[in-house]
Ligand binder design. Structure first.
Ligand code: PNS
Length: 167
């Protein structure tokens, strides 16, 4: 049983994340999409909302026989990966700019849990500029993010914006 952890903030999930999930599915029997609960950040969506949206969207992903599960965690990714019995941590690399940060994280995670490998997958070119932060920024300023963020999530982003306007 090869289990991997795909950790992240997922605030919100983008098509770039989905691309990494699709690419890593054939490599593992199970991927746990692990949503970080970071009390230091002011997210657009609560952890519960993020997990719910991801679960909804994963229902329509071709998993190539790989089981996809969603969970949230606090604290260290390496510890959560171990708790989950994951052999690997999956991370996507979009461009060279991601590499230094991802390398440092993978080396630290290896130091913390030497038996867990980090597996880097390169993102599809179409999503190489897509990040949750950029998507939120563009959307909040009235720009279109369709094709880059799943439709269901765009609707939820719109509902958040409409709700905030009423405050
Ligand atoms: O989607 P993100 O924000 O790029 O994900 C970053 C994440 C959640 C993988 C990283 O911040 C993380 O692992 N945070 C948990 C705390 C931790 O383990 N820090 C040390 C990493 S070496």
């Amino acid at each position: 049983m090869r289990r991997a952890l795909f950790p992240g903030s997922f605030d919100p999930l983008t098509n770039g994340h989905l691309d990494i999930i699709r690419r890593s599915a054939p490599l593992f029997d199970e991927i746990v999409i692990a949503v970080l609960n970071n009390p230091e950040k002011q997210p657009m969506f609560s952890v519960e909302e993020r997990c719910g949206m991801i679960e909804e969207i994963l229902g329509s992903v071709d998993t190539k026989g790989c089981r996809l599960t969603v969970d949230s965690f606090s604290g260290l990714t390496a510890d959560f990966a171990r708790e989950k019995g994951a052999a690997a941590i999956v991370r996507g690399i979009r461009a060279i700019g991601d590499y230094e940060y991802e390398l440092r994280m993978s080396l630290m995670n290896r130091r913390l849990q030497p038996e867990i490998e980090t597996v880097f997958l390169t993102a599809a070119e179409d999503y190489s500029f897509v990040s949750s932060t950029l998507m939120k920024q563009v959307f909040e300023l009235g720009g279109r993010v369709d094709g880059l963020v799943p439709e269901q999530i765009i609707l939820k982003m719109q509902a958040k914006l409409d709700g905030n306007k009423g405050e």
